[in-house]
Design a protein around this ligand. Structure first.
Ligand code: BDP
Length: 647
């Protein structure tokens, strides 16, 4: 049953008070955008690079490699950024390297940035995996714990100290995973010299993707005036045909400031404005943000321009920041997921940030290709399995109406020691950073706090209760989930979530080769979970490996025919249960992806319906047919889909 709009408004009003109390972060992390007051300089391209292969991996710090040019302290090689470093060379020790690697480049900073003391110059790293330390001209400016979220440092005063010097940026990145990192891992030393070479150690991980490392997203410099818009939070609602944009702007660098918030439609026409730092903008005859294939005009975005004016004894500062805003609501009942009070069925995919050569490095051609494939497939959603994706990807989702379940890197929490206090503290901090970064995306409709943890362990109950409560308090406007495996006895997180997300691999990991178990086991799975919790369920993973080009009839495992048969069998049950309380299905996986070497993986995980090179396997056509049929049943197709060649 739709939630009455008035209730929604009440919930939104509570939101800002809670926001302040829960989030421990004291600054914003707005995506760097150019404006009349802000400039952006991308530092992508070639970096000097050296892996610290010393036995304790610590020579770089002992010899202070950051103090002079990297080339002066040893040999360097070319390394592109953004990219994982693992697959760039022919060196197997670099592919499998564990420890500190060092990146360096010199940047020419525009003279006017330096000359104008009223300009802040910020160095921002979109993401580097996993632990990073950053120096500018030999002076440490920041460090960051975590591999998938941005971090930044103001470096203006430092580069102004000696404007004649080039600006030398050194970034040391360590990919070691410990019991307290997210995802967790541990290092195992093998000291038996009859079996292993001297100093041999391995990184154990409990997740199924290659631990790619390096500078994965853009490094850039951007400017703001000294008084600036530090953060904006928007939460949207609507009442009849009036859109409501609740907003809050936080300002830094000025004791007092005046500001103007203007909401503009697609044609740049002002539809609402206010001079308050927080409040509500009312939009008459609102164009709501609708998912792809749910409406003929999906993904409508307004632009919210925030213009700030502040004065100090020296001068007057003006800062302008423009945020895309989609107006929509999200609500969950015991059987439905509602977007704008209409039932939404997730027919989508799970993805990875993964491709050959680049690893997890950000790459526009790959991203645009993937969105074209998603639209071709008729997918309306994906989950950011198993970590936060690049901000540019979420911006594409906002633009195209692709709905997102935004997952934090809480994957592979399997060791009981990873449920301790320090792990939990880090997990909460990562949720703070994730919500701070992604809270304003209309496409993000739910937070996922973890994937398949060892939920049967006793400390898991306290851990997930705390984590889920914290996430709900951070953002009461979105539901929270945690991804569980099909065994409903392992249900420690389930009492606290809004939506149950279940992964299952019947006829694959269980009863391999026996397709006939799927109808029974899948039905039992749904009935058990719903019977126990009366919460809507998403089949958040299902699938089978298929090596592209392997054929077998009757189907056998790893053939394209077997993958097809698994999908079809799941779909039969999903078609019965989606009439009741199943609210979505996300295939595992969109594309083949790289994993560690092991006896169950043949050059990576092959459960993609596309190959790693993004060519369709037979299963892709089955899914395409299904998703377009579901879209025809449940939504309204955009006008342009009459011309299927347009994407
Ligand atoms: C699931 C995991 C996913 C794996 C998948 C598989 O959530 O990360 O890649 O199994 O084994 O349980 O293919």
């Amino acid at each position: 049953m739709p939630v009455p709009a008035r209730l929604g408004v009440f919930r939104v009003l509570c939101l800002f008070a809670v926001f302040e109390a829960v989030c421990l972060l004291d600054t914003g992390m707005l995506f760097p955008r150019e404006s009349s007051s802000r400039e952006v300089k991308e530092l992508n391209g070639r970096w000097d690079f050296r892996a610290d292969k010393s036995p304790n991996r610590n020579q770089g710090f002992e010899k202070a490699w950051y103090k002079s040019r990297l080339a002066e302290t040893g040999p360097v090689i070319d390394m592109p950024g953004p990219a994982s470093y693992n697959d760039i060379t022919q060196d197997p020790t670099l592919r499998d390297f564990i420890g500190w690697v060092w990146y360096e480049r010199e940047v020419v900073v525009p003279a006017r940035w330096i000359a104008d003391e009223g300009t802040r110059v910020v160095l921002r790293v979109g993401s580097a995996h996993y632990y990073s330390v950053v120096w500018v001209n030999g002076v440490k400016v920041t460090e960051h714990n975590g591999g998938h979220l941005p971090f930044e440092a103001e470096i203006g005063s430092l580069i102004r100290k000696d404007p004649t010097q080039p600006c030398r940026i050194t970034i040391a990145v360590n990919n070691t995973l410990t019991l307290d990192t997210l995802p967790p891992g541990n290092i195992q030393h093998m000291d038996d010299h009859t079996k292993y070479p001297d100093g041999f150690f391995v990184q154990n991980i409990y997740f199924d993707f290659f631990n790619y490392a390096g500078i994965h997203r853009s490094v850039l410099l951007y400017t703001t005036p000294k008084a600036y818009v530090d953060d904006i939070t928007v939460v949207t609602d609507f009442l009849d045909n009036t859109g409501l944009v609740y907003y809050k702007v936080s300002v830094q660098g000025a004791a007092t400031a005046t500001l103007k918030a203007t909401l503009m439609d697609k044609n740049g026409r002002c539809v609402a404005s206010s001079s308050e730092p927080s409040g509500v903008l009312k939009v008459v005859d609102v164009n709501l943000w609708w998912p792809y294939l749910m409406h003929e005009n999906p993904a409508y975005l307004y632009s919210m321009e925030v213009r700030l004016m502040a004065t100090d004894s020296r001068s007057t500062y003006e800062d302008v920041y423009t945020l895309p805003v989609g107006i929509r609501t999200v609500n969950v009942t015991s059987t439905q997921f509602l977007i704008n009070n209409k039932p939404f069925y997730f027919h989508g995919v799970n993805k990875h940030e993964d491709s050959d050569i680049r690893g997890k490095g950000f790459d526009w051609p790959l991203i645009v290709k993937d969105f074209n494939l998603l639209k071709w497939l008729g997918a309306n959603s994906f989950r950011t399995s198993h970590y936060p994706y690049a901000e540019e990807i979420l911006q594409m989702c906002d633009r195209h109406g692709i709905v997102v379940i935004d997952e934090c890197p809480g994957v592979g929490i399997k060791d009981i020691r990873s449920f301790g206090n320090s792990s939990l503290t880090h997990h909460l901090a990562v949720m703070d950073e994730l919500v701070r970064r992604d809270k304003n995306h209309a496409s993000v409709v739910m937070w996922s706090v973890a994937n398949e943890p060892a939920a049967e362990m006793p400390p898991a109950d306290f851990y997930f209760k705390t984590l889920i409560k914290h996430t709900k308090a951070l953002d009461p406007s979105r539901p929270v989930t945690f991804i569980t495996d099909s065994n409903y006895a392992r249900d420690r997180g389930a009492p606290y979530v809004d939506v149950i997300c279940v992964n299952s691999y019947f006829s694959w990991y269980h009863d391999p080769g026996h397709l006939e178990v799927i109808p029974i086991q899948l039905k039992t799975q749904f009935e058990n979970w719903y019977g126990k919790y009366q919460k809507p369920i998403i089949q958040s993973e299902y699938g089978a490996d298929a090596v592209a080009g392997f054929h077998s009839d009757p189907p056998v495992m790893f053939s394209e025919e077997y993958q097809k048969a698994v999908l079809q069998s799941y779909h039969n049950v999903l078609d019965q249960k989606r009439k009741q309380y199943v609210i979505g299905e996300l295939i595992w996986n969109f594309a083949d992806f790289m994993t560690v070497q092991g006896i169950t993986r043949v050059v990576g995980n092959k459960k993609g319906i596309f190959t790693r090179e993004r060519q369709p396997k037979a299963a892709a056509f089955i899914l395409k047919e299904r998703y377009w049929r579901l879209a025809n049943e449940t939504g309204r197709l955009p006008v342009w889909t009459k011309y299927p060649c347009s994407f």
